[in-house]
Design a protein. Sequence first.
Lengths: 275, 131
Amino acid sequence: MENKDFVVFIITHGRPDKVITIKTLNKCGYTGDLYLVLDDEDKTVDQYIKNYGKDKIIVFNKKEMADKVDEGNNFDNRRTTTHARNACFDIAQKLNKRYFLVLDDDYYYFGYRYETGAKIIKNLNNVFDIILNFYKSSNIKSIAFSQGGDHIGGFSGIKLKRKAMNSFFCSIERPFNFIGQLNEDVNTYTILGSRGDLFFTFTNIQLDQKDTQKQSGGMSDAYINSGTYVKTFHSVMIHPSSIKISMMNSNNPRLHHSIKWINTTPMILNEKYKK
Amino acid sequence: MKQINMFGSEFKDSQDKKYTNKIAAPIYEPTGEKPHILELCDKSKTHRLIKEIDASSLSIEEKTFLIDAARRHNVFNYEKIAEYYAHSSKEMQHLMERSALVIIDFEKAIEYGYVRLCDDIKKQYLEEYGE
């Protein structure tokens, strides 16, 4: 990669034998720095070390991170990816890396997405460099790849959506906090987006992951316990003026957030309109 | 394979331009007249909540908190706000920017950066698949 000050973090918990994302990154030609980010409450840390080597594992203090963020409920548990995502800013700083990408552990595909479908990326190093060059060019908080759900009903076209879910290009120079125990990505891009921070999803690149409620470990149990109602309702509480709960019709129909974008993010205007 | 499989037809100059035009940068283009300022924010739910709060027997402090919280239900219409901005005085524009009611794309950094992003990804795709 051209960008030597870049690192990939895979946040993972309780799935030492199923970190699919590593294989997928390798298959797609990624050769840069990579670490697995685990919390100190994970009972399988030793197995991760055995599987991937101590030098690839970073363990953070989950309680310490939890104390810094509004979890949006009083459940008094730390079953969340929020703290791992937030910890990545400090971890990157300690590694002396300016830019980083936070990924989940269950991606089986990174591809180019066009009208005719998706094709696997063979040189992910170059793709990451291209995304980073755009990221650096303006004051963007975070950029994400699109997911299958962004193209329900067909290819959405090549665009930048005003959201960022699941995968996050970030910089230690543009820090922000993920908010809430559940649905933290939606909570974050809506509340911070409404205040003028820029979050984008680039639909020309797509990742795919295993179904949220079908994998063991990770957050699956938390979602199965409450359906997705509680998860989704966190976002309604955090940004009630533009988020509702609705039904997402897919292979796995479930409750999901529905965002009214015209009421969520300020428009970006060409400078010519400024007097 | 040729590019025909990716974009539906083989690239020629005009088609390449057509493809480029499909790339939609998230820049809003004001088109209308200046909306009335009361159109920028729908406060109906907030007013309903405040009415209930005012009618309650709670302390002033509790009422004040609940009224602050009720304002979370103000629904801002950012398209109308952008239209309003385009027609506003310099002072109003400045304060709208300070409150992040619009985002100004200075020197087209986002727009140009985005076009380059799409071009570079397209080149990378063609390099890998030679289509």
